[in-house]
Design a binder for this molecule. Structure first.
Ligand code: BEZ
Ligand code: FE
Length: 277
């Protein structure tokens, strides 16, 4: 095909994809080309703007290394990560809702017993976290693997502290025979997502802040149930309605309660979705 113009080039590209053997790849590539071309037409993309976009994506790639995934951060801040979570975790009413995984999970966090101090030296106000893991039918889920991770009072995860050799604010424990678990930690605080790269530039250019409301991350796995990746958010946080990555669900907001003896406690019960037979 020759002499392609703004009116027939989209069809020409789609025709070039028509022999793609993998049907899902064909569907995704076809839709991607249609939407990209429609976007360029809608905004009447200039050549300078196209080049600025190429440079932005190049800088995003250059910012990535073993510790930093700027493309995921871009997806998070554009709401694509949370949209993908929502599209793939449509659980029955009563199940705990899922939210974004985030970049700060670590494989092989220390395995601890109930009552352990997960903070392990991380700065912050001490708190007790207690909860249970149940199935949708109300049954206790014994032996569920509960992977928890959180930022400390400085808004930092242990992996963001240069030179820190041991885990802080993260651990893996198992629910007891009654499905219950408890551990000690520090009260979660809000923190800004990393904004010293191209994603930070994008946030500033669009007058957005980089803050996430205070939360604990949980990943809960048990045989016979769908794995749950979620957070528990802290009620009263000023960023609950403007989370930089759009991850807040009202059902995941809980109270860190000040007790009469001065201690702080968080109680949260998780409900897992059984895997369909
Ligand atoms: C987090 O909650 O750890 C997180 C999620 C998305 C982007 C950055 C951080
Ligand atoms: Fe987080």
């Amino acid at each position: 095909m020759r002499n392609l113009d703004q009116y027939n080039i989209t069809q020409a590209v789609l025709a070039r994809l028509s022999q793609t053997p993998d049907p899902r790849l064909k569907q995704i590539m076809t839709s991607l080309v249609q939407h990209l071309h429609a976007f360029a037409r809608e905004v009447k993309l200039t050549e300078a703007e196209w080049m600025a976009g190429i440079e932005f994506l190049t800088a995003t790639g250059h910012k990535c290394d073993d510790q930093r995934q700027e493309f995921i951060l871009l997806s998070d801040t554009l709401g694509l990560s949370m949209l993908t979570v929502a599209l793939n975790n449509d659980k029955p009413a009563g199940c705990t809702e899922a939210t974004v995984f985030g970049p700060f999970h670590v494989e092989d966090a220390p395995r601890v017993e109930h009552g352990a101090d997960v903070a392990n030296g991380a700065p912050g106000e001490p708190c007790q976290v207690r909860g249970s893991v149940r199935g949708l039918g109300g049954e206790a889920v014994a032996g569920a693997e509960i992977d928890v991770w959180q930022a400390d009072a400085d808004g930092l995860y242990d992996v963001q502290r240069e030179g820190l050799e041991h885990a802080q604010g993260r651990a893996v424990l198992r629910s007891g025979p009654d499905g219950r678990f408890h551990f000690r930690s520090v009260v979660a605080e809000p923190y800004p997502i990393p904004d010293d790269g191209p994603v930070g530039d994008m946030l500033r250019a669009t007058k957005r802040h980089p803050w996430r409301p205070a939360h604990l991350h949980f990943m809960i796995r048990a045989p016979g149930y769908e794995t749950l990746v979620t957070h528990v958010f802290r009620d009263g946080d000023p960023y609950l309605d403007s989370d930089a990555v759009f991850g807040v669900r009202q059902s995941l907001v809980a109270d860190w309660v000040k007790q009469p003896d001065g201690s702080t406690t968080l109680d949260f019960d998780f409900v897992l979705n059984p895997v369909k037979p």
